[in-house]
Design a binder for this molecule. Sequence first.
Ligand code: ACO
Length: 162
Amino acid sequence: LKFECLSNDGVDKHMVWLIGLKNIFARQLPNMPKEYIVRLVMDRSHKSVMVIRRNQVVGGITYRPYASQRFGEIAFCAITADEQVKGYGTRLMNHLKQHARDGDGLTHFLTYADNNAVGYFIKQGFTKEIHLDKDQWHGYIKDYDGGILMECKIDPNLPYTD
Ligand code: ACO
């Protein structure tokens, strides 16, 4: 089992994984238009952290780091159906936090969580209260009425992965 963080860099193996992840998102997030999912997953300003097992994508998180604003927006998060509730979602989020802090220099995440995923995000340290200054994120992330805006502060010191 491994965790990889990458974007659309033209490497064949990465493209295969990104397409696998796009397919998981399309199936697990049926309310999202498929073209929108493809566009963001393949967009070079987005990155994806993926769980890979036996060279197959099991799930992932696609996010956009706003380095100047020190926060990242999680666009999509999903684990393939038959691998949910086995702890992969938690490990994935921990890898995302570690990478975003140490690699991108971010301090927070924001996301519009689906109603049924709010419980998962709360367990990952997200809150419905937004502590970031509105000036820091307003105009960067798009308003989206199909979810609840949630925030997570990344601990500056915690080792999130071993
Ligand atoms: N609601 C409430 N609690 C949940 C949910 C949920 N939908 N999913 C998992 N949990 C809980 C688990 O019970 C577990 O609790 P525990 O630590 O007390 O045992 C904890 O959250 C972590 O569970 P994991 O096994 O690590 O989570 P999993 O691997 O299943 O991944 C995920 C969670 C990504 C939500 C997955 O279930 C999934 O893909 N769901 C369908 C797609 C989805 O809803 N994605 C999020 C949409 S919002 C967005 O993309 C911005």
